[in-house]
Design a binder for this molecule. Structure first.
Ligand code: ADP
Ligand code: G6P
Length: 367
């Protein structure tokens, strides 16, 4: 067989519906890896790529094979496999993982056209922002299953952001009505129009994810549907190589914890944590849950000091990251906290993978 040197690149997959926090998550992840990300210098101003010293974030919208007009003519949405080139996606992600630069296409979100490609150099760690079309595509009659398996096999870790319908609706209203001037009816209509393909192609991906961040309405305020106070679950799969789930107090037991009191300031409706083993799509998982929101971010250190397996490099690193990006959406609740924790776990995974590759530099492939 062929002998090659294993690369230094790990590939992370992140999937969620549009407007559900993927960009925010990627900004937190890049920050944990060190350094801020910006678009490629001197390139297409409409590029979807973000590059820092350590990470490159690629948006898989760039693998649309049909542009906006093409999709209209064919009558398919951007989420449909027929609108996306999974062959090219696989080839290029594989090349980058193997340390080879690629000419990646660009889907221009402003014009709706496919722009000339941009050169992407192999990064140390590659994050694939699955903007919505699926990578972990489930078997569908019209899709060749081997493609999704091939791309999924390239992922060293995968995350799914699962925003419940009520919360998604509240966020969309906040953004599209307040900031973009859309009407309530048009927001409802656009969510409804996307739903069938979201249910078919995006939502099923969560069962394959190594970690899922699930965002639900609070249970602390009876009948609440404002979507301001959130209950957030971090669902962590057991038995994933180089990933050991975070726990509260005692690994594997079931804990309910109200940290409010002398050491943590809480106003109504307070904060409640839950932790314990569970099952998710028939798989063994650990779940950490936070309901409520922080009043004072600097007091987060009190919560952080009670969590274990958080893969920090120094005492208080989670709190420091949260304070640093206090302006990002979700910084006062479980969405920001769990995104930060997953970022730290991925950094740890990166270090373990590259250390193991360094100690076994020559790897004989089976072929
Ligand atoms: P995506 O990249 O998935 O489209 P973004 O990260 O750009 O999503 O977030 C889109 C919008 O969704 C934000 O501007 C904000 O209005 C809302 N949002 C995202 N994450 C949160 C959060 N954790 N809490 C509240 N609102 C959020
Ligand atoms: C949604 C999807 C993207 C897709 C985009 C295309 O935002 O999440 O995957 O690229 O639609 O929409 P457009 O407005 O450019 O036709």
């Amino acid at each position: 067989g062929e002998i090659r040197c294993a690369g230094d690149t790990i590939v992370i997959g992140l999937a969620a519906d549009s407007g559900c926090g993927k960009s925010t998550f990627m900004r937190r992840l890049t920050s944990v890896f060190g350094g801020a990300a910006s678009p490629p210098k001197g390139g297409n101003p409409d590029s979807n790529t973000l590059i820092s010293d350590t990470t490159t974030v690629i948006c898989l919208d760039d693998y649309h094979s049909l542009d906006r007009t093409g999709r209209k003519v064919e009558g398919v949405t951007a989420l449909d496999p027929r609108a996306n080139n999974f062959d090219l996606m696989y080839e290029q992600v594989k090349a980058l993982k193997d340390g080879i630069a690629v000419d990646k296409p660009i889907y221009n979100h402003v014009s709706g056209l496919l722009d000339p490609p941009e050169l992407i150099q192999p990064p140390r760690s590659l994050s694939l922002k699955v903007c919505t079309q699926s990578m972990d595509l489930v078997a569908k009659d019209d899709v060749d299953v081997k493609y999704d398996e091939r791309v999924r096999d390239l992922l060293d870790f995968s995350i799914y952001l699962d925003i419940s319908n009520d919360v998604k609706f509240a966020w969309k209203i906040q953004r599209d009505m307040a900031e973009r001037g859309h009407s309530l009816e048009s927001i409802k209509a656009s969510i409804e129009a996307r739903k069938p393909d979201f249910d078919a192609y995006i939502d099923p991906q969560k069962q394959y994810a190594d970690a899922v961040i699930e965002v639900l309405p609070t249970q602390l305020i009876p009948g609440d549907n404002e979507g301001k106070v959130l209950r957030v679950k971090l669902i962590m799969k057991e038995g994933v190589k180089y990933f050991s789930p975070v726990y509260l107090f005692d690994e594997g037991s079931t804990i309910s914890w109200i940290p409010c009191g002398r050491k943590l300031t809480c106003s109504y409706p307070g904060i409640k944590f839950n932790y314990g083993p569970d099952s998710y799509f028939g798989q063994e998982v650990s779940v950490l849950e936070m309901d409520g929101q922080f009043d004072r971010l600097d007091e987060l250190i009190y919560v952080e000091s009670h969590l274990s397996n958080i893969s920090t490099k120094f005492y208080g690193e989670i709190t420091q990251q949260m304070l640093k990006h206090a302006d990002f959406p979700g910084s006062n609740n479980g969405t920001g906290l769990f995104q930060t924790i997953v970022g730290l776990k991925i950094r740890d995974l990166f270090e373990q993978v590259t250390a193991s590759r360094a100690s076994a530099p020559l790897e004989a492939t089976k072929a």
